[in-house]
Design a protein around this ligand. Structure first.
Ligand code: FMN
Length: 229
């Protein structure tokens, strides 16, 4: 009985820890409601409430806690990836959404974001910054990217701990081909961020170069993960 009580309180201490971790993730917008891990966590809480006190410390629940803790550790050690998109007519936005889905399916914590919702000082919250942006006018940023690019160029922030890569959409018919993507590439490097993979400049047939860029990004993220384990 005493042993059971000990196991029970241990279990609850672990649950409390997970709870804190989940809240922290949500605060950083890294753990999405409805994600696999979040659903597992909710299910565990429900299961644990359904069981009588004498059964709560049973092996079944304990194993589930261990599985979740392992996943938690794995996810915590993975990079937090911000996918920032600058888009006028939706192409870069849809590629950013596709990038989030692909990276999430590979087990990375990735989130696409409209650049107009991003503050320069918040970039340090992410380990990796991916930029997918088009160019408009005569080498101008899309309207939702103007402020962020301007701030990145004007201010000094320390992005030494961040890696980044840019996928630039454009059209070689324009003199200033992929200028906005090139500007982001330069601005992020100037702030000290390290290139994960080189910028990919995409012409109007962007599918193949985009896929190539994404593949390179995934390989580089995996290599980075292996080197930090
Ligand atoms: C009015 C207009 C201006 C453009 N200016 C440029 C430019 O200066 N440089 C460039 O490389 N591409 C330019 N483009 C091409 C766009 O960047 C390209 O079509 C891109 O895929 C659009 O992506 P979005 O839908 O995410 O904005 C321009 C396109 C339009 C319609």
């Amino acid at each position: 009985m005493e042993k059971d009580l000990e196991r029970f309180s241990k279990l609850h201490a672990i649950l409390d820890e997970i709870n804190v971790a989940v809240n922290a993730w949500q605060n950083h917008l890294c753990l999405k409601h409805g994600s696999f891990l979040y659903n597992q966590y909710r299910q565990l809480l429900r299961d644990s409430k359904k069981l009588g006190p004498e059964l709560r410390g049973n092996t079944f629940v304990e194993i589930k806690v261990i599985v979740i803790c392992k996943q938690e550790n794995r996810l915590m050690s993975e990079p937090n990836i911000a996918i920032l998109w600058g888009s006028e007519t939706g192409t870069a936005q849809s590629l950013a959404e596709k990038t989030e889905l692909t990276l999430s399916a590979q087990g990375f914590q990735a989130k696409e974001m409209d650049m107009s919702d991003v503050k320069v000082e918040n970039l340090t919250s992410y380990q990796t910054i991916l930029v997918i942006t088009s160019t408009w006018g005569d080498g101008d940023p899309p309207s939702n990217a103007m402020d962020l690019l301007g701030e990145l160029q004007a201010r000094t922030i320390n992005l030494n701990m961040q890696t980044f890569s840019v996928c630039a959409l454009g059209d070689t018919a324009y003199y200033q081909f992929c200028k906005c993507g090139k500007d982001f590439d330069e601005a992020l490097a100037t702030q000290g961020a390290n290139r994960l993979v080189p910028i990919k400049e995409c012409d109007i047939d962007y599918d193949a170069p985009y896929e190539q860029w994404l593949e390179n990004v995934i390989q580089a993220l995996k290599a980075k993960e292996t080197s930090t384990v």
